[in-house]
Design a protein around this ligand. Structure first.
Ligand SMILES: [Zn+2]
Length: 132
């Protein structure tokens, strides 16, 4: 449970935004930043974001629902959302746990993800949903 990053307190309802500001989300983070990690799957290795977890009910789109674009691939289970204007990944519905969103820690207001130090890397090459 991470309640403070650098000088920024993580609020119980914390705002997040894309780079251009068209997309604004409100995240329910009563336990702070939960389970931040990187992943080496084919999409995460390209986007390079540190991703943390919230339940599906934990994200409210405040602005820019019309600007958010969805990308799916492979099994089309995971839904990856990004801003169609600036291209920034904001959040995705997980394939490994469809009851959760992963979200881009770098989109959290006032948070520099580099202040988290090192975070675990998820083995996305051998996706949990593909393991027997
Ligand atoms: Zn944007």
């Amino acid at each position: 449970m991470i309640k403070k990053v650098g000088g920024t307190e993580i609020k119980a309802r914390h705002r997040a935004s894309c780079h251009c500001g068209a997309v604004v989300l409100e995240l329910d983070l009563p336990d702070g930043i939960v389970d931040p990690r990187r992943c080496d799957c084919s999409i995460c290795r390209r986007k390079g974001a540190i991703v943390a977890s919230v339940p599906l009910a934990g994200i409210t789109i405040i602005e820019g629902e019309d600007v958010l674009t969805r990308y799916e691939f492979n099994t089309h289970t995971a839904r990856h959302y990004f801003c169609s204007r600036c291209g920034i990944y904001t959040h995705h519905q997980r394939r490994s746990n469809p009851d959760q969103y992963g979200y881009n820690v770098g989109c959290l207001e006032g948070v520099n993800p580099f202040d988290l130090g090192s975070v675990p890397t998820n083995d996305g090459v051998n996706h949990p949903a593909d393991r027997s």
